[in-house]
Design a protein around this ligand. Sequence first.
Ligand code: GYE
Length: 323
Amino acid sequence: MKKFKMCIIFICICAMIFGLAGCVQRPDDDSEIPERTVLGFSQLGYESEWRTALSNDIRRAAARAGVQLMFDNARQQQFNQLRAIRSFILKGADVIAFTPIVEDGWDNILEEARMAGIPVIIVDRKIETENEELFTAFIGSDFHSQGVKAGEFMVERFAYVEGPIRVAEISGMPNSSPAIGRAAGLREALAEHPNFDIVISVSGDFMRSKGREVMETILREMPDIDILFAHNDDMALGAIEALEEHGIIPGEDIIIVSVDAQRSGLEALQQGKINCLIECSPHIGDKLMTLVFNIVNGEPFDRYTYTETRVFIHMDNEQDDET
Ligand code: GYE
């Protein structure tokens, strides 16, 4: 009996040793810990509901995929992003991803990543670069087409109005790709409709507080506008606060179009305070993780991945999904 017990204990100890050998590195052999892929992610800031949704989406997707995430928030400063990316390089991340706050000024850091052999994925916003080979892939939205869709809604909505139809624009952060793309797309869509006139365009930096502030300026300088195009929901919501304080009914006295279609924007659409929302999806975390794995494992991947953009229109308290 004693022998039998000893035998069981011996078998258990062996099982433990061999079981653990698969996942613990031991000094006397070269069995490896199965390594987790490390992704360094530099988020540009937390200026909007959209940005928070993107950060949450990426955190959740990384956890689901078992990716080890090094997350840094640059609090709206490009130099903080550069610093974060450099630290990811030094820490030997497998892949680096970042949301470029502005289009320019990335070539040197991308060159540093290339020299270290670390692939870089551009997320959400685009960059201007001398050498497109400096980054491995892009995943985000088509901002130009969002501006075009905003313009197309305006043209349809004012189809029988002779004009002039006066449009005010609250644009996003200067030199950022969504601000550049949305502004250009809007102008392209209105180009063949001379009855539309973009009478004022001011930046609200994608922030609700600034949207409100800038709307005050617009009301002072150009009180007689028909349409407000805000480059994101947060600025539209700030502008709506200012309009209501002035006794102007948003969605009726002034037609409001904005981009993102996040929760507060959708609520305002339902209430008829926003007339049209152009969707910009922040739910790209899972696609990003797939991209990371494909790159790390040398599998084929799409160099450019774009999210879908739907159009939501307020119609007598009904929400219409047009696509
Ligand atoms: O529309 C805005 C945010 O880059 C697409 O940035 C993003 C934009 C988004 O702050 O809300």
